[in-house]
Design a protein around this ligand. Structure first.
Ligand SMILES: NC(=O)c1ccc[n+]([C@@H]2O[C@H](COP(=O)([O-])OP(=O)(O)OC[C@H]3O[C@@H](n4cnc5c(N)ncnc54)[C@H](O)[C@@H]3O)[C@@H](O)[C@H]2O)c1
Length: 432
């Protein structure tokens, strides 16, 4: 099939590349000409394992093209995927849909024959109706169909998630169009992906309800971890014990920092706004948001306690600053709260992240990026394991620093408390 993907960020670039890899011809469009120039020169603007090779393979074959020219990309395609951002609005907690609507205003000018317009961006229920209205002002109904196909891929696992999704959800009120989208996904369905078709509005809500549920699971186990710390219980035993119940399931029950990233924080907030708009109080999700906000304060207070309320002039090393491993995405990472807080209290911060230096910290004086674990841990008072990158799981702490009294705060429970105690480290973790 001939596909146009509008927005070449985490979702658009991965989806476009994977669709090309399935044998389709794909035009990846972005308004950011620097991004498109990079991609045309085989450089990848984001960190996503395996993506560089896949882009190179499909770009070389001619199936994957990068352009800022939306006009010809739309005219040459049968299916148009909208993959632009839907960040939290600057005015309130709702999703800012201006990027999505701008795409609708633009593409309606270029519709020359029948097009299927698919929203992959995460959008509140009834956004598809609004996109349809925008296009209807310029093009006849018989020339297009608006479909919802929310994306569930996770950064860091994006290619695998695209190729082997748990499910593919397609929302359309037109059976023929659903069949067409199903045939696009047929190679994945043949390999075991479940295909679920529903109404457009249901598909839109499924995405938000999924993300809010996962965010709830994280906040839930984080609160249970708080109780574990007070009652001498190991939260990991609790996670295993409850996760073995198939009605609950063991995934997303790892206590740690607050949930972050580009999706859960904004999507939980936007869902409560939708609830309010439709006069439905989503009180559980509202508490989850509050609990998550509180989480970063709880963990920072714990750092203070570990350092005996003496943060001033302490040298603190952060291992990882992204919200999760295998991504360079800093959006809503708890390190963005913790590091400035500690700096304000007079700490000196070194950080190392395998995805590289972060511009978010360049404005601060006492923050340095280090190139490896050894350098970041040199003469530190406290090592904070913030993100569970693979290379942080096998550190020989004894070899790292000459300072004998340094402490370790493992926010991801990567090490065994017992072993660390045996080795006489001053080791602190979560919910244990
Ligand atoms: N990042 C994820 O893990 C993830 C997972 C599932 C769903 N989503 C959803 O997918 C959507 C996209 O997320 P993302 O993380 O890929 O965003 P992103 O910010 O990485 O990428 C969006 C891209 O769209 C481009 N863009 C904006 N307006 C444009 C226009 N008019 N024409 C062409 N390009 C335009 C931007 O330049 C940018 O490159 C969001 O709604 C998000 O909630 C994200």
């Amino acid at each position: 099939m001939k596909i146009c993907v509008v927005g070449s960020g985490y979702v658009g670039l991965v989806s476009g590349t994977c669709f090309a890899d399935l044998g389709n011809t794909v035009w990846c469009v972005d308004k950011d000409d620097k991004k498109i120039d990079m991609l045309n020169n085989y450089q990848i603007p984001i960190y996503e394992p395996g993506l560089e090779e896949l882009v190179a393979k499909n770009h070389t074959s001619g199936r994957l093209k990068f352009t800022t020219d939306l006009d010809s990309a739309v005219k040459n395609s049968d299916i148009i995927f909208i993959c632009v951002g839907t960040p939290t609005s600057k005015k309130n907690k709702s999703a800012d849909l201006s990027y999505v609507f701008n795409v609708a205003y633009e593409i309606r000018n270029y519709i020359n024959k029948f097009k299927i317009i698919v929203t992959k961006s995460t959008v509140p229920v009834s956004t598809g109706d609004k996109i349809e209205k925008i296009i209807l002002k310029k093009r006849k109904k018989r020339l297009f169909e608006v479909v919802s196909n929310p994306e569930f891929l996770r950064e860091g696992e994006a290619i695998r998630d695209f190729r082997f999704p748990d499910r593919i959800v397609v929302g359309s009120n037109n059976k023929k169009i659903t069949k067409k989208i199903e045939s696009l996904y047929n190679p994945l369905i043949k390999k075991g992906a479940k295909f679920f078709s529903t109404s457009r509005r249901s598909a839109e809500l499924i995405k938000y309800a999924s993300n809010a549920f996962l965010a709830t699971k994280i906040s839930y186990i984080n609160e249970i971890a708080n109780l574990c710390e007070k009652t001498d219980v190991n939260v990991e035993d609790v996670s295993i014990g409850i996760g073995l119940d198939q009605r609950i399931g063991g995934r997303f029950l790892r206590a740690g920092p607050p949930y972050g990233g580009s999706c859960f924080p904004k999507d939980t907030k936007a869902l409560t706004v939708t609830g309010d708009l439709f006069k439905t109080n989503l009180s559980i999700i509202k508490s989850v948001i509050k609990s998550n906000e509180k989480r970063k304060i709880i963990l920072t207070e714990r750092i203070n306690k570990i350092l005996s309320n003496k943060i001033k002039n302490k040298k603190i090393a952060f291992l990882g600053v992204t919200f999760k491993p295998n991504t360079d995405d800093m959006r809503q990472s708890s390190s963005l709260y913790m590091i400035p807080f500690l700096l304000k209290k007079g700490a000196r911060i070194n950080y190392y992240d395998p995805s590289g230096e972060k511009r978010e910290f360049s404005k601060y004086k006492n923050v340095s990026f280090c190139k490896n674990i050894k350098e970041v841990c040199k003469n530190v008072d406290l090592v904070i394991i913030h993100t569970e990158w693979e290379e942080f799981k096998v550190i020989d702490f004894k070899k790292l620093t000459k300072r004998k009294n340094f402490k370790i705060y493992d926010m991801r429970n990567l090490y065994s408390s017992e072993n660390m105690k045996k080795k006489r480290f001053k080791y602190y973790s979560i919910g244990r």
